[in-house]
Design a protein around this ligand. Structure first.
Ligand code: HEC
Ligand code: HEC
Length: 421
């Protein structure tokens, strides 16, 4: 896998300045309140398409069970992530069908770049190939939010509609049917394929326009705009998070502003095989022959032959991850501290994380077929072939957890604002 020397999104603005600050004793990160002016904030009033998309997002009658909407899995009270700690959610016509991946947050997806196998940092002449980057879903298989809608609507484990036509028939019967026709034309119901596309456009408008999808109201944002200060523990956590010799987390979970001074995304959208432990909570994993390998399938089918990518999943934002009850694509961890500790000890203490084979050997990277375990990242710290001891001390793990909590929205009532009264 290519060595990622630079986090792509970080380069465009202020990376050096910021990292110098972070590594010195007291990080006073560069962006001031002006960044909120430059960031294209959503209008207070949604466009008609976004307002319609909102109705669709919360409409449980659009599912085969009549009990499940987008919001059932992507709860607005949980940063549009899952409201429970289940590794995978139940859905389908009888609400008893389990999915195979944990539910991601839908916040801050707006800035996701298009999927590419080979990412080069824009406007940089000596950029290395950063490898696969971008796209929606944990395997980058969807090019846009509007197309993405078809997946949950038709997935037999999720909203379980029999066809696009079935979804459109429900939209036609909905209380907002007239609004739909006003927006997309009186004849819209005559062409279900087209009406389905329009529903996707409406959802996309809601997911990109509504401020609830990108509130930037975390303590981190308040500190960045000089409206709050980190505690000593939060600062220590940020340092361990950013330090290449400690967590090195910021290499992938970029902590510096993005293009145009946009607030840090805490992801570079890159794909990495972390070599997570297999999760027996996922019913599909009862079949020892079944492996969810991300980029190379089986959920994504177009890259099945590109086995060098087997095991790779997209780096998610860490904004609002502290409030989650389930971590990583397979939901194998339910405590943030365990997720952080895994990074620190994966290579120094593998027997703690991975089950043993019948011959007593630790089955390291047991959520991948043996042939593809070479794809697991050993290049980027904190991972290493030659571990002497855990990368992080217990106190550092605690500090990183404390820092990650500053990424949860809700500290301020306005983007980058002071603490809520
Ligand atoms: C049964 C639970 C469930 C329901 C209902 C559901 N989703 Fe999801 N959603 C998931 C899971 C699980 C994933 C991750 C799957 C993957 O990456 O393959 C996901 C991923 C996504 C993503 C991609 C996020 C990213 O990080 O790129 C978007 C966007 C999304 N869902 C939107 C929606 C919309 C819109 C609806 C309603 C039409 C919806 N979801 C309904 C479970 C659900
Ligand atoms: C080489 C890139 C890379 C580095 C370095 C890295 N991460 Fe990650 N991180 C990822 C990827 C990729 C995922 C998703 C993997 C998956 O689901 O299979 C992820 C997922 C996570 C998650 C789960 C989030 C969620 O919503 O489920 C947490 C928490 C996390 N990382 C924290 C950290 C911390 C803390 C560090 C530093 C100790 C760190 N990461 C270092 C790439 C990286």
């Amino acid at each position: 896998m290519p060595l990622k020397t630079f986090a792509p999104a970080a380069l465009a603005a202020g990376f050096l300045l910021f990292s110098l600050n972070v590594l010195s004793a007291v990080p006073t990160p560069t962006p001031k309140s002006s960044v909120w002016v430059r960031y294209p904030t959503a209008p207070d009033k949604l466009s008609p398409a976004a307002a319609l998309g909102k109705l669709i997002f919360f409409d449980a009658t659009l599912s085969g069970s009549g009990q499940m909407s987008c919001a059932t899995c992507h709860s607005p009270d949980h940063a549009y992530g899952p409201s429970n700690g289940l590794a995978v959610q139940l859905g389908g016509v009888d609400m008893k069908h389990a999915g195979a991946r944990s539910v991601p947050s839908l916040r801050y997806l707006t800035f996701t770049p298009l999927f590419t196998r080979h990412y080069y940092v824009p406007a940089s002449e000596d950029s290395d190939d950063e490898g696969p980057t971008g796209g929606f879903m944990r395997d980058g298989s969807m090019a846009s939010l509007r197309e993405q809608m078809a997946m949950p609507m038709l997935n037999p484990n999720e909203m379980a509609n029999a066809s696009r036509e079935a979804v459109v028939a429900k939209l036609h019967r909905s209380p907002y049917s007239a609004a739909f026709a006003r927006l997309y034309g009186a004849n819209v119901w005559a062409d279900p394929a087209k009406a389905f596309v329009h529903a996707g456009e409406a959802l996309e408008a809601f997911e990109t326009e509504d401020p609830s999808f990108h509130p930037f109201t975390s303590k981190f944002d308040a500190v960045m705009s000089d409206h709050a200060t980190f505690s000593a523990a939060e600062l220590r956590g940020l340092k361990a998070f950013s330090d290449p010799d400690k967590g090195n987390c910021a290499q992938c979970h970029v902590a510096s502003p993005g293009p145009g001074g946009r607030p840090a995304a805490f992801t570079d959208y890159s794909f990495v095989a972390l070599g997570l432990p297999r999760n027996q909570e996922i019913p599909a994993n009862r079949d020892p022959e079944y492996f969810d390998m991300g980029l190379c399938g089986p959920m994504r089918s177009d890259m099945a032959k590109e086995t060098q990518y087997c095991g790779m999943f997209k780096t998610p934002t860490l904004r609002n991850s502290a409030g989650r009850g389930v971590f990583f694509h397979n939901g194998v961890f339910h405590k943030l501290e365990d997720a952080v500790r895994f990074y620190s000890e994966r290579d120094s203490n593998a027997q703690k994380w991975f089950a043993r084979q019948s011959n007593g050997k630790v089955d390291k990277f047991n959520d991948l077929p043996k042939a593809y375990r070479i794809n697991v990242d050993y290049v980027d710290p904190p991972f290493t072939h030659s571990p002497r001891k855990p990368v992080l001390r217990d106190a550092e793990i605690r500090d990183i957890v404390v820092f990650l909590k500053t990424l949860d929205d809700g500290f301020s009532s306005v983007p980058g604002g002071p603490a809520r009264k």
